[in-house]
Design a protein around this ligand. Structure first.
Ligand code: ASP
Length: 308
């Protein structure tokens, strides 16, 4: 049995012309490292669930991405993070939203899945649960990133909210995610984000919503999304990919293309997703200029890509 792993670090107006060699190298290295961590688990017969969680933790700990340490500032100058995880064998899922101060929101999402009777905990209740679970918290300084702070300063007095790395009309998203197929034939998906710069406090995006930003089902596929969350919620994007495979018999690639290049565009939604199926196929579609992404299959060379 073989394994497959794909990860993303967000999509958007990522142009080679506005990227420095150093920056590109830093992104490439961070993606390669997260992929390596997940791959190691899968190649030693570990589960897809462990692999997606570990890959996402690695990206959450990297300030380059809008999740965990690199989370964007909301309208009140705080960081409210969202995350979710799902496995495709029993359709178990866990999600958290509006969590502050937590080092690795994806770990808490997994704890909700495995150690509570619930699927989704938000805000104070999620933080209370995190404390009971002895989850790791960090001081506000840990989340303070100068680049993100300046990003927020430029738009904080407006009603405008924008996607991570966005500059004026540019749109970039730094949400992170992973999808995997393990040697036992099971798939899983995980997504984690700081949301959108200057978002209203209390705003919940697609990333923690099972079916919108994250979905996994062994009969179809595992999906993790990135993009303007409001559109991904309205399009129920992750589940829509699964539905097109299940009800219409589309291949993974055809289902992903239909959702990202047709249905999402029809409602003006921008972004992308990563997906795997139980046959080991990978699809990495996006309707923006770029998407930080990487993938590997057992026995094959890993691939790290940024631009179209
Ligand atoms: N989808 C995320 C959100 O709307 C943003 C992103 O992908 O960067 O919260």
């Amino acid at each position: 049995m073989s394994f497959t792993l794909a990860i993303h670090g967000g999509a958007g107006t990522i142009l080679k012309s506005s990227m420095t060699a150093d920056k590109e190298k830093a992104y490439t290295q961070a993606l390669a490292e997260a992929l390596r961590i997940g791959e190691q688990i899968l190649s030693s017969n570990g589960t897809s669930l462990d692999a997606v969680e570990a890959a996402v933790i690695s990206l959450e700990n990297c300030p380059l991405f809008n999740a965990g340490k690199g989370s964007v500032f909301n309208a009140t100058g705080g960081h409210e993070m969202d995350a979710s995880i799902m496995e495709g064998q029993h359709l178990m899922a866990g999600a958290v939203s509006l969590v502050e101060g937590l080092k690795n929101p994806i770990q808490l999402a997994r704890m909700v899945m495995e150690k509570s009777e619930h699927v989704f905990l938000a805000g104070k209740g999620a933080l209370d649960f995190a404390q009971r679970m002895n989850a790791t918290f960090e001081k506000p300084e840990y989340f303070h990133d100068e680049f993100r702070y300046n990003q927020w300063q430029r738009i904080k007095d407006s009603d405008h909210f924008q996607l991570d790395h966005s500059e004026e009309k540019d749109r970039k998203f730094g949400t992170v995610g992973a999808v995997a197929l393990d040697v036992h034939g099971n798939i899983a998906a995980a997504t984690s984000t700081g949301g959108m710069t200057n978002k209203r406090f209390g705003r919940v995006g697609d990333s923690p919503m099972i079916g919108a930003g994250t979905y996994a089902n062994n009969t179809t596929c595992a999906v993790s999304c990135t993009g303007s969350g409001e559109f991904f919620i309205r399009g129920v994007v992750a589940y829509d990919v699964s539905c097109l495979m299940e009800y219409k018999g589309l291949s993974l690639q055809a289902a992903c293309d239909e959702v990202i290049h047709q249905r999402l565009l029809k409602i003006n939604g921008d972004g992308g997703l990563i997906a795997v199926d139980t046959k080991g196929n990978i699809a990495l579609p996006f309707n923006t200029e770029g998407m930080y992404r990487a993938s590997v299959r057992s026995g094959e060379k890993a691939e790290v890509l940024i631009y179209k």
